[in-house]
Ligand binder design. Sequence first.
Ligand code: NAD
Ligand code: UGA
Length: 456
Amino acid sequence: MLKNILCIGAGYVGGPTMAVIAKHCPGIDVVVADVNAERVAAWQSGEPPIFEPGLKEVLATCLGRNLRFTTDLDAAIPRADMIFVSVNTPTKTFGRGAGKAADLRYWEKTARSILQHANGHTIVVEKSTLPVRTAEAVERILKSGDGDARFDVLSNPEFLAEGTAISDLEQPDRVLIGGAETPQGRAAIEALAEVYAHWVPPERILTTNVWSAELSKLAANAFLAQRVSSINAVSAICERTGANVLEVSRAIGSDRRIGARFLGAGIGFGGSCFQKDILNLVYLCERLGLDEVARYWESVVTLNHYQKRRFTERMIHAMFNTLADKRIAVFGFAFKADTGDTRDSPAIEVCRELLAEQAFVCVTDPKALPAARRDLAGAGPRLSFTEDPYQAARGADAIALLTDWREYRELDYDRIHAGMARPPFLFDGRNLLDAERLHDVGFNVYAIGRPELSRL
Ligand code: NAD
Ligand code: UGA
């Protein structure tokens, strides 16, 4: 039975995942180590550095009991029986594979630290999303030492989505564990499965070989993103034909073979992973000489860029082909609701385009303003921020709704309309609002994949 777990990386995955493990496994000491001292201090204080519904409550059950956070990685490694590695794996921006391949420097650095400080038998678990066959490379590094430390490497990709991380971790559709097909590999798989078995039903714990686990993670994200791009492609057809994407996605999603989820048309997918992981898959296919397969997956990302551009083009076109000196209130900057995360948020690209058109842009968001300020730093005096959506919309020519925060549904749009310039425009990039009612209020409404409701 495991006694000590270490997780390297206290980010969106490492923090919540370890909190849920610690909550359900009071007999296991869980330590989370990160190089970022500010992040560690925030976690340690019980006020996590990320916003995630339900996270603080889970932390409260185990912080200081069997969960702690530290910057002292070197001291934590030798005590651990099992080490999860959950560091970031961004897209490489330089050299071979730039723009597509994963930048594995953080991973390799961690593997070397583990080799240097571990003793006895340690199970190393890939939690980060990694290119297929990374486990093999990690194993080679770990086996290059001349000490008596022994390692098993498992792949245990994470499928949580931000905003629902706690419920995804508490009731996962599946937990996937990939390991070597040897007696020692099977024993390592069993040890990790026992941890999850504290709260996950056994039929939801799937075991595979390492490569299948690594590939399943990339493929799952590619499939999800592909659904979003597919419905967004349909939304473009709807806008040209008078079909309504809400009706079409309901009709498609009622087919049980297709299913209703992930058919929400919008301004394109964002977040730190979809694009990164698909490009990673594209790079893998290219390396394997599978060019047609690479182009197939790449088109999912191409369509996503097109969708973001299409949104601003529709705005420009509707507002008499010029946005110069017009005031645009941007409702929502996070890449989705219920998170303060703006990594790869479509709002970044949309706001940059609006500013390039010389509009005045006022951004509001319930959780993501600090990140928005960083993302748009240096944009100049045409850009402003406010926590208050009413203030953002005061005197504005248009509202561009970019994140599906529920609170935007509950605003007093009569009041907002009264304070706006004439004619007032509303561009709903998430199909969140009641377009017909807003049209009755007096807005010229343009919702994704739906006919415009305009008086002009
Ligand atoms: P993140 O950037 O929020 O967290 C990574 C953390 O690792 C950072 O705090 C960083 O300081 C730390 N770190 C980097 N190098 C380190 C080192 N050498 N030693 C100690 N700490 C180090 O990233 P994230 O969103 O948690 O993602 C982590 C991995 O999980 C990625 O591979 C991602 O693709 C994958 N993933 C993310 C999500 C998600 O929703 N964010 C979901 C599933 C999988
Ligand atoms: C996604 C996956 O859902 C997780 O399973 C995976 O673990 C994670 O990536 C990861 O590997 O990082 P996440 O990016 O947090 O999770 O959020 P999603 O709910 O998948 O949304 C991603 C983007 O797609 C958001 O911008 C969202 O607004 C958009 N989206 C989603 C749509 O435009 N339409 C939809 O119908 C669904």
